[in-house]
Design a protein around this ligand. Structure first.
Ligand SMILES: Cc1cc2nc3c(=O)[nH]c(=O)nc-3n(C[C@H](O)[C@H](O)[C@H](O)COP(=O)(O)OP(=O)(O)OC[C@H]3O[C@@H](n4cnc5c(N)ncnc54)[C@H](O)[C@@H]3O)c2cc1C
Ligand code: FES
Length: 285
């Protein structure tokens, strides 16, 4: 499915909040009523810092939270490169250039048990998805169906517990939380089993024979491993790719990924034909 960017707006919007919520991890709230009213879980926005020209092109960030009623939306970002370093010190009333919502988002597909698997900052698309799936919030200009999952589990893998962001919000959304840290550190300061999120996922799948669907976002090797687990167990799985992007609106072709179609494959633009793809179609090389 190609999602044309005709539905996107481009504005320079005021920042309402910009605060650290975990190690090196910021949550920025911007006032963008038109965008907050139509975004759906899994869509993303392109951001620029309007007070400079470096970087000249925008960067993509997934929707983290939205309040259509109050007109704001939240993005969560790791401070790592040019754009994120330049916006991390911005105070309320400073502005961001933002265009979106972009991309297809996750389908609101009915399931008994929705399992969300995130690696690091790949957690961002899942807060709104959990709320929608459990029927606690609706999204979209013409509100999409909600309440399509009976149970939502969130498998969240991080290097160590200091990187865990938004746990209380995920709990309040009604998710069952399953934390995996590579050093065994836990959110309460204790030390538990050191493991990868794929181990956590496998254990969860072993323990539940109800009908399931997996959604996944994070580093590419982790998504490939999750896709393989889902394939071997015959569980439907959608992956949200984080391919670097330049325009976000389908023009430049910097964002292409190899996607299987019929008996062959083709390059698909992640910004307008994704970022969410069926895991069975993604060609990992
Ligand atoms: C659909 C989509 C959704 C996304 N959602 C999110 C999200 O919700 N949150 C989030 O944090 N990210 C998200 N990303 C990723 C984000 O867009 C990129 O990480 C973006 O490049 C960050 O911008 P930046 O200018 O700060 O980093 P960039 O300057 O673009 O740096 C990107 C990478 O290059 C490396 N790098 C930068 N400078 C150097 C250097 N001098 N030498 C060597 N390496 C260097 C950085 O370490 C980093 O790995 C998403 C991407 C996509 C496509
Ligand atoms: S980012 Fe330009 S075509 Fe996708």
């Amino acid at each position: 499915m190609t999602v044309f960017a005709d539905n996107a707006n481009s504005v320079t919007a005021p920042i309402l909040e910009n605060e650290e919520i975990a190690k090196n991890t910021m949550r920025v709230r911007v006032l963008v009523p038109d965008m907050a009213a139509k975004v759906v879980p899994g869509q993303f926005f392109m951001i620029r810092n309007p007070s400079g020209n470096d970087p000249l092109i925008g960067r993509a960030f997934a929707l983290y939270d939205a309040c259509p009623h109050k007109g704001w939306l939240d993005l969560v970002y790791i401070v790592k490169g040019k754009l994120t370093t330049s916006i991390a010190p911005l105070a309320p009333r400073a502005e961001l250039a933002i265009w979106g919502p972009l991309g297809n988002g996750f389908p609101p597909a009915k399931t008994e048990h929705l399992i969300m698997v995130a690696g690091g900052i790949g957690q961002t698309p899942f807060l709104t998805l959990a709320r929608e799936a459990l029927g606690n919030q609706s999204f979209g200009a013409e509100p999409r169906t909600s309440g399509y999952a009976r149970r939502v589990s969130f498998c969240y893998g991080v290097r160590n517990a200091s990187y865990l962001a938004g746990l209380d919000q995920f709990r309040e959304a009604g998710c069952e939380l399953h934390i995996a840290s590579e050093d065994g550190s836990q959110p309460d300061g204790s030390t538990g089993r050191a493991e990868r999120v794929t181990d956590t996922l496998s254990r969860l799948l072993d323990a539940d024979d109800s009908e399931k669907r997996i959604v996944c976002c994070g580093p590419e090797p982790m998504m490939e491993a999750v896709a393989e687990i889902a394939h071997l167990r015959g569980v439907p799985c959608q992956i949200s790719l984080e391919t670097p992007m330049a325009c976000g609106i389908g023009i430049c072709f910097t964002c292409v990924a190899k996607i299987g179609c019929a008996e062959d494959w083709d390059y698909k633009r992640t910004c307008v034909e994704g970022p969410v793809f069926d895991a069975e179609q993604v060609i990992w090389d």
